[in-house]
Design a protein around this ligand. Structure first.
Ligand code: ATP
Ligand code: MG
Length: 452
């Protein structure tokens, strides 16, 4: 335990410790690092016996705390600032972002094998099997496709795999433009060539190269809803009729397999996919997957067992893995805000209710007019949103007069989005407009900037 931080020698440097010349002694070099105003919890003081300092050209100072029989603790401090706002518990924050492809794709071996079997004929210059991946949100369908794309690209040039998100590529032209881009590495603007000439160019090139084509149509529901699904499928799968090219397979990805009934009978018979089901995860599966995020994304011992239990419980309650991953990230922010070194269930539950409130806010905002939103954003951006000041800033932004402004305030109050509370101001009684939702969420969702 502590000896008062005086004279014990630090343990021998380990591999990841900065080299000798980079370090300075804690006692001599940084006397100001423990100001009385700093919360104790920010430093492992009780057990700390020595520290070393490494500076970088980016005006950051890294503190390395040596503790007997414990791992090295590393804290980043902005030089010249003792606010410690650069400290982080994340080893790799990208692990919690939507585009992260997990290192271990757990509990989906069966689905991956089935998908590989569908794609395999393409590696022998045959058409891949038409396939449908379906199942509830966040069950790993897109992730399975990303794994497969990577695998095919690393394995063989005989097959061209093309990923299309049909929420972005909403027309047959846009789908073929994606294939064109993958094949020629050239982006086609939407107003470019006629569809037929793009198709001809694509299929001729594939025939000439003797390559098969696997098109992964993610969010396929979007094409079913806008009625382009039949044309896209027929254009791809009946290319042999016009261009003599028949090595195409389509993998459609969607939530509800039943929605395929919207296809024409002719398309159904041309497409006729194999089905691969992505069943919802159970509690143990959620736990395994979420534990991996802790392992890859956070420093050791940061996420307590209790916090993990709480995240798993909240994830099971909503049946949504995406929610769980987001919740973990948010809980880490909560702990960082308090400048503590471990995330506990308290942080998880606070974040869960914040996420619920953000979801509610987003649905409330969708019903507001642009004028209402601009006013709400003005309120959220002001440090002290007393009514007169809000009006001044809002009028400058929008030119709206006082009568209309008062109506809008009343409307936001009536919708229970803000409270207008009477307070004593410098010039007598005035109203302070207080949002009922988190101002950070309001600014984020309405795309606002900082406060004033
Ligand atoms: N088995 C798994 N192992 C690790 N992470 C997973 C697994 N399944 C899903 N995920 C993660 O869950 C999130 C959602 O997964 P994904 O986007 O693949 O779901 P989806 O089934 O395509 O959902 P949607 O129908 O909403 O598009 C991603 O962050 C993904 O990394
Ligand atoms: Mg998806």
């Amino acid at each position: 335990m502590s000896n008062g931080g005086k004279s014990r020698r630090p343990p021998k440097p380990q591999n990841n410790i900065p080299k000798k010349g980079d370090m300075g002694a804690c006692g001599g070099g940084l006397p100001a690092l423990k100001p009385p105003s700093m919360p104790k919890s920010q430093f492992p003081q009780a057990e700390m016996v020595a520290c070393a300092v490494q500076t970088s050209p980016k005006a950051h100072t890294r503190l390395f705390f040596f503790q007997p029989n414990k791992k090295l603790t590393e804290i980043n401090v902005k030089r010249g600032s003792l606010l410690l706002d650069d400290q982080t518990l994340f080893k790799d924050e990208s692990v919690f972002t939507p585009t992260y492809v997990p290192t271990d794709f757990r509990h989906r071996d069966g689905q991956l094998k089935a998908l590989a079997a569908s794609i395999k004929p393409g590696l022998r210059s045959q058409p891949p099997m038409n396939t449908l991946l379906y199942g509830p949100p966040a069950t790993g369908k897109t992730t399975a496709v990303k794994f497969m794309l990577k695998e095919v690209k690393e394995t063989s040039h005989k097959l061209l795999p093309v990923y299309v998100n049909c929420e972005d590529a909403t027309t047959p032209y846009a789908v073929f433009a994606k294939i064109h881009e993958a094949l020629f590495d050239v982006y086609l603007p939407d107003t470019g060539k006629p569809l037929e000439s793009v198709k001809e160019k694509v299929f001729k090139k594939l025939s000439k190269d003797g390559r098969s084509l696997a098109v992964f149509l993610d969010e396929f529901d979007a094409l079913l809803l806008n009625s382009h699904a039949d044309k896209v499928l027929v254009d791809l799968l009946k290319a042999s009729d016009t261009y003599g090219y028949s090595q195409v397979g389509v993998v459609a990805i969607m939530i509800d397999a039943g929605a395929l009934s919207r296809l024409d009978d002719k398309t159904k018979s041309v497409f006729n996919p194999l089905h691969i089901h992505f069943a919802p995860y159970g509690e143990d599966e959620f736990r395994d997957i979420l534990k991996d995020r802790v392992r890859y994304g956070l420093y050791a011992d940061v996420f307590s067992e209790g916090a993990l239990d709480a995240v798993v419980a909240e994830t099971v309650k909503r049946g949504d893995l995406r929610f769980g991953i987001q919740l973990m990230r948010q809980a880490v922010y909560e702990a960082e805000k308090e400048a503590v070194k471990a995330v506990t269930e308290k942080h998880v539950y606070a974040s869960a209710s914040r996420q619920d409130s953000a979801a509610e806010l987003s649905s409330v905002l969708s019903a507001l007019s642009d004028e209402d939103k601009a006013l709400l954003l003005t309120i959220a951006e002001l440090k002290d949103p007393v009514s007169g000041r809000v009006y001044e800033v809002y009028r400058r932004k929008t030119g709206v007069g006082i009568k209309k402004y008062n109506e809008l305030v009343k409307k936001l109050e009536h919708l229970r989005i803000i409270d207008a509370l009477y307070v004593e101001g410098v010039h007598g009684r005035t109203r302070r407009l207080i949002p009922r939702f988190d101002v950070g969420d309001i600014r984020r969702l309405l795309g606002g900037g900082g406060g004033s």
